[in-house]
Design a protein around this ligand. Structure first.
Ligand code: HSE
Length: 405
């Protein structure tokens, strides 16, 4: 019997307790798992687990029977301190906490190694989709060239509602909140921070060095309007919030932003709360991972799988990266942009052509000029956009989204 403690009895923590207490692991693992303690500052008198809920972490730390600490608290403080102390006390730690892994993964994994235990985090990216373990083990023979994915279920649900149901951003967000996908304060999802943490984790794992997630260029979907969605549709594209990264020499290009994808792109058909991650390996080429990226039981299933991994593989072979990853803002590739300008008329069109040359005009409603630029080097594109802003005024540019080609 392997005994575990669960820190945080919220959505994921309670899902973990539900799976462990309702399953038998003897055939798969050779022994059973059992939850010995649950840490939470709240009280749950009605819960069938009320008698194992405690608010005293020292009791868990000092309990030699507890071999694995499952951290589903979220945030840095006190999750970092609790995790470090568990590892130093010789307990393995399993987590779903993407913020902590993105910011402190290197030191936590180093501490785990030094103490002969594991720090595993399959549930931190893609919910129930196996991605950390496949990236670390199954694709180990590859150099990973690039990663690109829809990593946030909430924003994908909102964008799908805008595309399929013609709902505005605010209506779609309210619907997502009502369905329990989006939090009351949806900032981390809709402003792209959640996607940023996940691409930071995947990139660190793929390229071997921790990145400063605060320095990754991050845009969310709050400026996307129904008009943008309709214009994209009219040229057979759709708008998705994409986290991507690419190895450039010793550095990493990483970015989170909405992208207009051609309809035949593999990520275009990923709808609702689903996530998908496209990994390009030197030997495999593109490999795609797809599934439910959020939710109580899918995420809890990834947490329990990590526990099983620890029991089966005797705490060895954990993923690892070190500090010191460097970012570059130049992908080395040409970019194209969709741009929407107010006051479309002959003068606007002449101005646009003077800046960008031959553009692809999109049929637009009266009073707007909408187009896709030709492909340009990033620096040239930035200079062109600056010229456009000084020509028409920044407030006249109603929308601007990178177009994948
Ligand atoms: N808020 C996240 C999402 C939860 O919507 O994808 C899973 O990390």
């Amino acid at each position: 019997m392997t005994k575990v403690a669960v820190l945080g009895f919220g959505t994921v923590g309670s899902g973990v307790v539900e799976i462990i207490s309702g399953s038998s692991f003897i055939d798969k693992v050779g022994k059973e798992l059992s939850v010995k303690a649950i840490l939470d500052i709240r009280q749950f008198p009605e819960s069938p687990f009320a008698d194992i809920i405690t608010n005293d972490y020292e009791k868990i730390l000092g309990d030699d029977e507890i071999e694995i600490v499952i951290e589903t608290m979220g945030g840095i403080d006190p999750a970092f301190d609790f995790s470090m102390r568990a590892l130093k006390a010789g307990k393995s730690v399993v987590t779903s906490n993407k913020e902590l892994v993105a910011k402190k993964g290197a030191i936590l994994m180093k501490t785990a190694r030094e103490n002969g235990v594991s720090y595993l985090f399959e549930a931190s990216v893609g919910g129930g989709i196996p991605i950390i373990n496949p990236l670390h083990n199954c694709l180990a023979a590859n150099e990973i060239n690039s990663i690109m994915g829809i990593l946030n279920g909430t924003t994908n649900y909102i964008l799908t509602q805008m595309i399929k149901k013609g709902r505005s951003f605010d209506e779609a967000l309210a619907d997502a909140q009502q369905k329990g996908y989006a939090e009351k304060n949806p900032a981390a999802d809709v402003e792209g921070h959640d996607t940023c943490r996940k691409i930071a984790i995947l990139s660190a794992l793929a390229y071997g060095k921790q990145l400063d997630s605060d320095a990754i260029h991050t845009e969310g979907i709050t400026n996307i309007t129904l008009k943008d969605v309709e214009y994209a549709e009219s040229i057979d594209h759709c708008i998705k919030l994409i986290g991507r990264s690419k190895k450039i020499g010793d550095k990493v290009y990483a970015k989170v932003s909405p992208l207009m994808l051609p309809k035949d792109h593999p990520l275009s058909g990923v709808e609702d709360v689903f996530n998908a991650i496209l990994v390009n390996g030197s030997a495999t080429g593109d490999v795609m991972f797809y599934g439910r990226g959020a939710g109580k039981l899918p995420t809890a299933s990834a947490v329990v799988a990590d526990c099983i991994d620890i029991i089966k593989h005797n705490k060895t072979g954990a993923p690892f990266w070190t500090e010191g990853g460097e970012l570059t803002s130049d992908s080395g590739e040409d970019v194209k942009y969709y741009i929407r300008i107010k006051n479309g008329n002959q003068r606007t069109e002449n101005g646009v052509s003077a800046v960008f040359g031959k553009v692809r005009w999109i049929e637009s409603c009266a009073g707007e000029a909408v187009f896709v630029t030709p492909p340009l080097a990033q620096a040239e594109m930035a200079a062109g956009i600056k010229k456009l802003e000084s020509l028409f005024g920044r407030d006249k540019i109603l929308g601007m989204i990178e177009v994948l080609f």
